[in-house]
Design a protein around this ligand. Structure first.
Ligand code: ZN
Ligand code: ZN
Length: 341
């Protein structure tokens, strides 16, 4: 089978390797679609993991199941989560699935950017979901990114009637817009440098999309909210500057979600005095667990998230390099999907 192995952001190679053998409790999937994630194009992050067959937003068709598998059979259309927890450890019992040691070590083999991939036992029993007949593989590829936003909003504590400010309107920012609107936010405000993305956010239900070139965004937000700012601020970019902006944009008693990691070396200067008297919570939200993927699939079924709304570019697997460039440029695009025919 053909796989795409990343050695560096600028060095992705098509390679041939054997189709994985299926063991007891496992399944082999023929990949039909796989999204390119914002994380996949974060150069320093991928370099740490390289070489690897990247792609963790796959949907496909079961072609073979191992001994003892009864929940799936050949021909089933599925979403597969690339990580799955054990459901029994201390972290799992608290619902902190991403902190489960099994979640960290379980993974699909070799990855989503391959013609076939193997689903280990944990992932198959723990977080592989049947795609209903009315959903496409492209819809299925949106389960994982949507689930990350389900988790982020859950951790943010966003309540109906509150104001949310979303910094960065790439795919994850746009999903925050749609899900916050669906959750009954009173006001949804975004900010992004790219006009196309601001326009898209308005189409998806944002009330306002701020342009950072038109003055400091915290000043713009202050003007638009009569000084009240936002009860929930989601910081999309992993830059210290964006995190600092985010803290200044939070209302008193508000919550700031750090949705993307910084580099390991970066340090964030914060004023405990400011946080204390304004009672501002800082909440990191990393990836998602099996509870979030189930909620995400429900939202996709309800039409809150659909491939039609969010996937702006589709490329065949053979044009992967072009797809990767398109996602990395992050200009007039929202979600880039790779399709396998
Ligand atoms: Zn992702
Ligand atoms: Zn666990």
């Amino acid at each position: 089978m053909k796989v795409a192995r990343l050695y560096d952001a600028a060095d992705i190679r098509f390679e041939e390797e054997p189709i994985p053998k299926v063991g007891p409790g496992e399944a082999l999937i023929r990949t039909r679609a796989c999204g390119i994630c914002s994380g996949d194009v974060m150069g320093w992050y991928m370099k740490k993991k390289a070489p690897l067959v990247f792609g963790h937003e796959p949907a496909g068709e079961v072609v073979e199941v191992g001994l003892g598998v009864t929940d799936f059979r050949s021909g089933d259309r599925v979403f597969v989560h690339h990580h799955s927890p054990c459901f029994t450890c201390r972290a799992c019992c608290r619902g902190e699935f991403v902190q489960c040691p099994t979640w960290r070590t379980s993974r699909i083999v070799p990855g989503g950017m391959a013609e076939y991939f193997l689903v280990p036992k944990e992932n198959l029993s723990g977080d592989t979901l049947q795609l209903p007949a009315d959903l496409s593989f492209a819809d299925g590829s949106l389960v994982e990114p949507t689930a990350c936003v389900v988790k982020s909003l859950r951790k943010s504590g966003l309540q109906a009637g509150e104001r949310i400010f979303i910094i960065g309107l790439g795919i994850m920012g746009q999903l925050h817009v749609a899900l916050a609107r669906h959750a009954g936010a009173e006001s949804v405000i975004g900010a992004d440098f790219v006009p196309y993305r601001r326009e898209k956010a308005l189409q998806l239900g944002a009330d306002l999309a701020l342009d950072p070139t038109q003055g400091k965004i915290e000043d713009q937000l202050r003007d638009h909210t009569k000084g009240e700012m936002a009860e929930v601020v989601v910081v999309g970019p992993g830059s210290i500057e964006a995190m600092e902006f985010g803290i200044r944009c939070a209302a008193k008693g508000g919550t700031v979600v750090f949705f993307t990691t910084s580099t390991p070396e970066a340090m964030l200067p914060i004023s405990p005095y400011y946080l204390y008297f304004n009672e501002i919570r800082l909440i990191p939200s990393y990836s998602c667990g099996p509870n979030d993927t189930r909620d995400a699939l429900r939202l996709i079924r309800e039409g809150v998230v659909t491939a039609e709304k969010f996937i702006t570019h589709r490329f065949p697997f053979s044009a992967l390099h072009e797809a990767y460039r398109n996602a990395a440029e992050a200009r007039d695009s929202i979600k880039t999907l790779v399709e396998f025919l």
